[in-house]
Write a protein that binds this ligand. Sequence first.
Ligand code: DMJ
Length: 586
Amino acid sequence: MSGKRKTSWTIRTIIIIFVLIIFPTIFVSCSMSDDSYSYSYLSAKRKRMSHKVRKMFYHAYDNYMTYAFPHDELKPMTKSFTDSLSELGNLKLENLPQEYNGSALTLVESLSSLVILGNNTEFERAVIWLSENLTFDVDARINLFECNIRLLGGLVSAHILATDSRNRFTQGTYNNQLLDLAQDLGKRFLPAFNTPTGLPYAWINLKYGVMENETTETSTSGCGSLILEMGALSRLTGDPRFEYAALHALHKLWGMRSSLNLLGTTLDVETGEWIEYSSGIGAGVDSFYEYLIKAHILFGKEEYWRMFQSAYLAVQKYFRYGSWYHEADMRTGRATYWQLTSLQAFWPGVQVLVGDITAANLTHREFFRVWKKFGVLPERYLLDHQIVHPTEKYYPLRPELAESTYYLYQATKDPWYMEVGEAIVNSLNLHTKVEGGFASVRDVTTMQLEDHQHSFFLAETCKYLYLLFDDSPLMGRNYIFTTEGHPLPVISDWHEKLPDSYIPRNWTSIKIETQKKHASAMSMQVCPANLASPGHAGHKIESVCHVPDTWSDHRCLTDDDCGIDSTNCRRRSCSMAGYCGLWLFI
Ligand code: DMJ
């Protein structure tokens, strides 16, 4: 080949490479990287997505009001209803009531979401209807935990929102009716605590109290996560019995922990003995951990913090395996079940509350990976075989992944979490939206649907997704969310004075140089925000949003193998050559 021909071949090859590969990637990646993180792009996205979630909420709500109200929950596929309050937690559907026509459960669960969406007119209409019609004097055996988080929590939170002048409730139309209803319900709970241990029965008949021969078996979350709602009820009514009962049960439960600071999953309320020694952070235990840290935030008591800290450290020590959490025997700490459950996805949200954001981010990322694999989260996924559990293939519109995404976005403001939220919203619309509402998924491998729209879809799933894209409704207010997503305000009046020992005397002169870069807020016992205070300017702390690339040599096959950049919290992507980075030219 002559020199001239060689040169022209080389030039031609360069032009072809440029036109076919480099130019399009420069064009695509520049427009992606500039656009995808520009302020105007993000605010347009936030607006578009919050509008989309608002539409989802009203599709679910309007259909409930049309086809199911005042019954408990909507059956969206047949446009009918189910009076499911007495079925919640009742897996074998035992002792169902003969004459029970619902408690407008989904409406109560929607109250705080209506306020967050700014729909005060509908909120007010609902409050008036409930004030005039709702009664708990019904012959129905209900699950104490479920009734507490959904009905009591929904009412207490809505009462607080109704009395908040910022919500412009029409003057004179609200006279604490929701609080009266909550107090009536709370009193009906009290007989459940009348056991030799003070641990409450899991089941109670709202009209007649504890039934004869009632089962004495309950779960850790069932008797250990009542304190937020019952504590708030006591603070609001001045009747200490609710808070006392819940706290007494919590003390008893905490006293049953093993020497490893682990608890089991089920126990006997009469004998105070464990029934199931294996436990994790998912079903039957989850909200126990959540309520320790949230009770500390809401009531300012140091003892909640101490309990939480011990429990949290034990979880990290005995359940955690990389980004995952397995189950373990409370007596030995030995791993028992290697399973991911959909409920566990709340955990990164709790970790955000204590400032362990790096760990939260890693775990959240793994849950999202499973979500993407199926389009939604399977109820149970076998980690050792990487397959869905043969009998727990369902996804009942659960909120936990959206919840953690919301917390992580609030903590990092990393736009990547909005992408996660967008993917969740799109999946829900694609797979679960039907003409009559949103249906649960019976089998995530086939996307076969089930005729049930759970009330927590309105209380939690839609709420967290909405707040992810528009947090203005809660701006300037300090709230915690109950495990059912009902906001409770953090107010100094409810805070007991913290002992001096709680706040380090040398608060402002903590030497961060001596602390490990990645040390967690738990191990330092200080809030990360304080470490980043102006007094400490100049100290470079590696960003808490950092997620390492999957492989230490930074090789990758897809974007999923790449992490979050530690310096700017941007998601790294996989180059054509197979390396993770923040590429201008992919
Ligand atoms: C909700 O009722 C609450 O979040 C509870 O703590 C766990 N399960 C559901 C939603 O999945």
